[in-house]
Design a protein around this ligand. Structure first.
Ligand code: 5GP
Length: 183
């Protein structure tokens, strides 16, 4: 990895720090505590959206102190591009039965909102008792669909970000901070 001081250079493009590890961990802890309060006495199912949400899901769950279950499903992503293709496909189905359960969808980032809308439509075919969405990041200026995000980590500008689960050409998910493409 080509790190130059605080910056990361990838294929001649410069990424600069947006959120550091400390800021992310603090906010994730707050979200975990809020969700624990809201679901006290219930046993929700956290459903992570692969691949991007794997780190957020793991850190979030460590800060949730109520009984819960987890599952994952996988949607097609941007592929190797930096912009949404406008298409979503289901690549891995859920294993658990969500009927009559309180479910919390865990996303890494909501950009246009297409993925969350697709997920909402998918779950409308089942009958969960309730459904909420937690997303670490939201790009409010990019939203094109009317979607409700119940738990938001950070609102960020409409710029391409990497790290903490988020990839560029499938790499850089293992960075513990979040970096933004400098324009
Ligand atoms: P949406 O369907 O809301 O347009 O986009 C959601 C998905 O697009 C996310 O789960 C993520 O996979 C991808 N995505 C959106 N914005 C970014 C970004 O800035 N960086 C990366 N690496 N992926 C993004």
């Amino acid at each position: 990895m080509n790190k130059q001081g605080e910056q990361i250079i990838i294929n001649g493009e410069t990424f600069v720090p947006l959120l550091n590890e400390y800021e992310i961990q603090k906010r994730v802890r707050e979200l975990g505590e809020e969700i624990s309060r809201d679901y006290r006495g219930k046993v929700p199912v956290f459903i992570g959206v692969l691949n991007g949400a794997f780190i957020f899901m793991s850190d979030l769950l460590k800060n949730v102190d109520i009984e819960c279950e987890i599952d994952f499903f996988k949607l097609s992503s941007y592929g190797d591009s930096k912009i949404s293709s406008g298409n979503v496909k289901l690549l891995k189905e859920l294993n658990c039965d969500v009927n009559d359960r309180d479910i919390i969808i865990v996303e890494d980032i909501v950009d246009t909102g297409l993925s969350i809308k697709y997920i909402g439509d998918l779950f409308s075919k089942h009958t969960p008792k309730s459904m909420k969405v937690a997303s670490l990041l939201v790009k409010p200026e990019s939203l094109k669909y009317d979607v409700k995000i119940d738990y938001i980590g950070f609102r960020i500008p409409s710029q391409f970000v990497i790290g903490y689960g988020l990839d560029y050409q499938q790499k850089y998910r293992n960075l513990s901070s979040i970096y933004v493409l400098s324009e």
